[in-house]
Ligand binder design. Structure first.
Ligand code: FAD
Length: 404
């Protein structure tokens, strides 16, 4: 059999893997199987510039269609991979065909978690994961309309920021005591809560959604603190990794497809990269992590390419992520833990500040709001496991570049 890398999933990680395989000198066949109709695209703008209507669909594409053609890569779209036969080394597809592989890469990403509540199956309750979801939501974002958002994670808050600026009446319902509870420190949560309220968002934390009823053209969301009436509902209550293909093939799955530092599963010819992978990380307190970020999809794909080419290089990059809300850019690097000491630098009122996390004296994470130097230097400090005195970090009179 001739050499062939088959990639399942046509998203951020897959696109990078095609580019890296070719730039690193891989000469064999590459086939990408994707169940969406689109060529690989970036998702971050979906809840930002694309939702606002500032960029056209083709600006979302990571590479133009010609890239895949000139890379000699077969893109098989609108097709699902349905089963892996590890002994025969074949992959079954939804069109009834089957593909041989010498290396198989699972880049299946994640899917939205559905809200398991009565009434949430109403088609007016929408989710946001792909281009088609935004295209379906956008016509409902009209001035004066009532939008209810269930879940105050990054996607819920980014959509809230766009919608309230467009003149919608936005209510955000969050079961946790604070927004971004899973992903940010209380200091950052508190800051974004204030910003959303100042902008006119009706933000309700510690409120449980119980059921959703249809009221003619509108919806009534029954919550633990009363009814919220809405013309449109967006649900953003997290995502689940797409691991079923791996699990059904007998590969280990535990909050993602378990891989080593070279992106290999326990079967050394099957890899997993991006949102669907659970990987070792020296930055995680537990030693392993599943990341939902562009950085991880790209960097893990680069390392998988080297491993496929027989030049393995262990992956252990500093994780980083960003979110845009209003005129605020939040940039996060590293992985924090609840017991970390938090040091604030800058003034919240100036809308440019950072929260540094320290563990045993070493910088583990930075959350920077409109504070690029803090973010950039913070990443370096995290990678170096640098120990910086809290009072120096807190002192904006000391430039970040001197923080070593
Ligand atoms: P994806 O890009 O999701 O690609 C996986 C693809 O595989 C999908 O097309 C899926 O349909 C397909 N697939 C799954 N199973 C199969 C199968 N069996 N057969 C065929 N195809 C299959 N990250 C950031 O770092 N910063 C941000 O600001 C940010 N904002 C975001 C905003 C939104 C609205 C969303 C949805 C995500 C955002 N992310 C952000 C997360 C980031 O986009 C993801 O982490 C990244 O796309 C992961 O890449 P991936 O290749 O692992 O998965």
């Amino acid at each position: 059999m001739s050499d062939s890398v088959v990639i399942v999933g046509a998203g951020q990680a897959a696109s990078q893997l095609v580019a890296s395989l070719r730039s690193e000198g891989y000469a064999g066949g590459i086939v990408v199987i994707g169940d969406e109709t689109h060529i690989p695209y970036q998702r971050p703008p979906l809840s930002k510039a694309y939702l606002k209507g500032e960029i056209a669909t083709d600006r979302l594409f990571i590479k133009p269609p010609e890239f895949y053609r000139s890379a000699g890569c077969t893109l098989k779209l609108s097709t699902r991979a349905t089963a892996i036969d590890r002994r025969a080394r074949t992959l079954s597809l939804s069109d009834g065909s089957s593909l041989p592989w010498s290396k198989l890469v699972l880049a299946t990403g994640s899917r939205v978690r559905k809200l398991p509540l009565p009434g949430a199956e109403d088609p007016a309750c929408r989710y946001l994961r792909g281009i088609d979801d935004v295209d379906a939501l956008r016509p409902h974002l009209v001035e004066g309309a009532r939008l209810a958002i269930i879940g105050a994670g990054y996607i819920g808050l980014e959509v809230a920021a766009v919608a309230v600026k467009r003149g919608l009446k936005v209510t955000v319902i969050e079961a946790a005591p604070r927004v971004l509870a899973r992903a940010a420190s209380p200091q950052i949560s508190g800051f974004f809560e204030d910003e959303h309220r100042k902008a006119g968002v009706d933000l309700r934390c510690y409120v449980r959604t119980e059921s959703i009823d249809r009221l003619g053209d509108a919806l009534a969301i029954n919550t633990s603190s009363g009814i919220v009436a809405a013309d449109a509902v967006l649900i953003g209550v997290g995502i689940l990794p797409n691991t079923e293909l791996a699990g059904d093939a007998g590969l280990e799955v535990e909050n993602g497809i378990r891989v080593n530092a070279f992106a290999q599963t326990e079967d050394p010819d099957i890899y997993a990269i991006g949102d669907c992978a659970n990987l070792p990380s020296s930055y995680a307190v537990e030693g392993r992590v599943r990341l939902e970020s562009v950085q991880n999809a790209i960097d893990q794909a680069k390392h998988a390419a080297l491993s496929i080419l027989g030049r393995p290089k262990a992956y252990d990059e500093v994780p980083w992520f960003w979110s845009d809300q209003f005129d605020l850019k939040l940039q996060i690097a590293g992985l924090s833990a609840p017991q970390d000491q938090i040091v604030l630098r800058g003034d919240r009122a100036s809308r440019s500040f950072a929260a540094f996390h320290l563990r045993d004296g070493a910088v583990t994470s930075v959350e920077a709001v409109n504070a690029a130097p803090e973010y950039m230097m913070g990443r370096k400090l995290i990678a170096a496991r640098a120990r910086v005195a809290p009072e120096r970090l807190a002192d904006r009179a000391i430039p970040m570049k001197d923080m070593t």
